[in-house]
Design a protein around this ligand. Structure first.
Ligand SMILES: *[C@@H]1O[C@H](CO)[C@@H](O)[C@H](O)[C@H]1NC(C)=O
Ligand SMILES: *[C@@H]1O[C@H](CO)[C@@H](O)[C@H](O)[C@H]1NC(C)=O
Length: 339
């Protein structure tokens, strides 16, 4: 969606007394249309939650990088499933879905979980039935693109994969699965595929200081069916607290979810640490245990300062993210050097 100039002008003229730095939209990766959509949602009177939902939903529609939305990251059976969450930093409510099937608008379902149930997290087939009951359209998430990724993987004897033991799986025609070591060797060569791990993670702080954060992803390519990553886990994929700020993460979710990097970054900011340093602390904590992990975190505080950090590894020395605020006037891509 293109940002309409008129919306920008309205946004500016309606809020002449605001601080110079809020509102703020920040998201992982150069997913510019998501940033723009979130900003124009704020400008047309939407809440921070509305902006996060609309921004991430835009990526779901556009299949950002093939790693968000339908038609990407087929699992071992060829199916695309989605993970998403949304968090309200005013009320500390969270809605999340994991391994969502058939529904393209995962973050919309996450919001429905938050607002239309007393639960926080629904998964799998039951989450999809819930979504259908809520009126979300059931569609096939498989596309020619995801089918061709899957077919190629089958032809290559299901390599790479996430198994650690040779274990022929009778439920698929593939295999035998090879140990994880083989996957890692391939990845240490030139085959590092960061697009197997991208996620949109977004933080929005509106004029009134409401923080919302959210994520959406189709998970890890060739994942074991049932696998849920960090993205829909509160404190891992994203976290928001309107007294402090917000954080969102992307990368190797299987590792990152063990460290709650978004929660850690927000707690750092609560203790007075600036956003860049808070993000670095979250990365450093993981790095201590998994020096080669792939991941990045974005952070923002209540005065509209923001930062990011990423773990340096071969082929990944800088992390791009998007920012939209009064200073930028346009969705601006920034880069941070990895540590
Ligand atoms: C998908 O592939 C089928 C069969 O090869 C083809 O007929 C169809 O047009 C393709 N669809 C798209 C959207 O490319
Ligand atoms: C946000 O971070 C900036 C940069 O470190 C700092 O100057 C500012 O005081 C912080 N704001 C809050 C509310 O902590």
């Amino acid at each position: 969606m293109k940002l309409k100039l008129i919306e920008l002008i309205i946004c500016f003229s309606l809020t002449p007394t605001c601080s110079a730095v809020l509102p703020l939209v920040i998201n992982t990766w150069p997913f510019k249309d998501a940033t723009t959509t979130a900003w124009s949602t704020l400008c047309s009177g939407g809440s921070a939650l509305d902006a996060v939902e609309a921004g991430c939903a835009q990526c779901e529609k556009l299949q950002c990088d093939g790693s968000v939305g339908y038609g990407g990251s087929p699992d071992e059976t060829g199916e695309t499933t989605l993970d998403a969450m949304i968090m309200n930093g005013d009320t500390m409510e969270v809605g999340a879905v994991g391994q969502l099937r058939r529904i393209k608008n995962a973050i919309g379902v996450a919001r429905a979980v938050m607002e239309r149930t007393k639960h926080t997290f629904l998964v799998g087939e039951s989450a999809s039935v819930f979504a259908e009951n809520m009126g979300f359209l059931a569609e096939d998430l498989t596309t020619n693109q995801s089918l061709s990724i899957f077919t190629k993987w089958l032809k290559e004897n299901c390599q790479p994969n996430y198994r650690q033991h040779v274990s022929p799986d009778p439920s698929t025609s593939c295999g035998p699965y090879k140990p994880q070591a083989m996957f890692q060797r391939r990845r240490r060569g030139q085959l590092i595929d960061i697009h197997a791990h991208d996620t949109i993670g977004m933080i929005v702080i509106n004029q009134a200081g409401q923080v919302a954060a959210g994520t959406s992803t189709n998970g890890a390519r060739h994942k074991v069916p049932g696998r849920v990553g960090d993205s829909p886990i509160a404190g891992a994929g994203a976290y928001a607290d309107s007294t402090v700020g917000g954080a969102a993460a992307t990368g190797d979710g299987d590792i990152m979810m063990r460290f709650l990097p978004s929660y850690l970054a927000v707690e750092q900011m609560r203790a007075g640490v600036d956003p860049s340093a808070a993000c670095r602390t979250a990365i450093t904590r993981i790095k201590k245990h998994f020096p080669d992990f792939f991941g990045a975190v974005v952070c923002a505080n209540m005065t509209g300062s923001y930062g990011a950090a990423c773990n340096k590894r071969p082929g990944f020395s800088q992390f791009p993210f998007m920012v939209f605020n009064r200073k930028s006037n346009v969705p601006r891509q920034e880069m941070v050097d990895c540590i």
